[in-house]
Design a protein around this ligand. Sequence first.
Ligand code: NAP
Length: 248
Amino acid sequence: MKGATGKQRVAVITGASSGIGEATARRLAADGFHVVLGARRVDQVRKVAEETGGRGVFLDVTDPGSVVEFAEQVTECAVLVNNAGGALGLEPVAEAVETKWLWMYQANVLGTVRVTKALLPKLIASGDGHVVVVSSIAGLEVYEGGAGYTAAKHGQTVVAETLRLELLGRPVRVTEIDPGMVETEFSLVRFGGDAERAAQVYAGMLPLSAADVADCIAWAVTRPSHVNIDRIIVKPRDQATAGKVFRQ
Ligand code: NAP
C-alpha cells in the first residue's frame, strides 16, 4: 500500500501473535503494507512477521518501559492497530477478582493509551495517519459476569472517541472496531486455558473468524484519506446482542 508520496505505508499491529491481530497482519501485508508486529510471545510474532515480510518485536502493553522500547524501534507509522487485549474470568461483581480487573484495564485501556501516545508523533508525521482501536460490543453493552471486561472495553471506546475530538484538524483518522463473538484464543485466555469451557462459548453457533474482523479493519484503513470510518460493529448472524445468541 503506497501513500500519497509513493512510499510503502507502515502498519503497526499490537497483539499480532494470534487471533484478530495475526489475521490483520496477514491481511494488511497482503494489501501492500509493511507490517510491524508486537506481542509478548515474541517467537510467535516473529514467525508471523517472517511469513508476512514484516518485523516482529517484543511488546508488553501493560509495561510502560516495554512500550517505550517498542516505539523506539518503529521508525515510521501510518496505521496503528491497537488490538492487544482480552478478558480474564466471568465472575459477578460480588466475586470480582481485583488482579483480573487490573490486568484487563492495563491491557485494554492503558495499553491503547500508551502505544497511541508513543506513536502519535510518527502517525502525525506520516501526513496520513490512522489509529484503529479494537474494542468490542462489550464496549457498548453489558452482560452478567462481564463487568471487568465490559468496564475496560467501555473505557477503551471512550479513549477512541476522545482521541477523535482531540485530533480534529490533524492528519490522523480514528476508527473503532467493535466485534461480537470471534473464534480466537480469546475464550481460552478468559478461562485460564480451560479448552472445554472455551469451546462451549461457540457451541452450536457460527462465530466470526479473525479474518472477518481483519477484513473490516483493512476496509476502514484503505478508504480515501478524507473519509473517517468512526465505528464498525460486526457480529455473527447468530448473535443479536452480547448475551443473546442463536444455537442449533
Ligand atoms: P487472542 O487470540 O487471545 O489475541 C490476543 C492478542 O493480544 C494476542 O496476540 C496476545 O499476544 C496479545 N496480548 C495480550 N496481552 C498483551 C500484552 N500485555 N502485551 C502485548 N500483547 C498482548 O484474542 P483476539 O480475539 O484475537 O483478541 C484481540 C482483541 O479483540 C482483544 O482486544 C479483544 O478484547 C478483542 N475482541 C475479541 C473478541 C472475540 O470474541 N474474540 C470480540 C471482541 C473484541 P501475547 O499473548 O503473545 O502477548
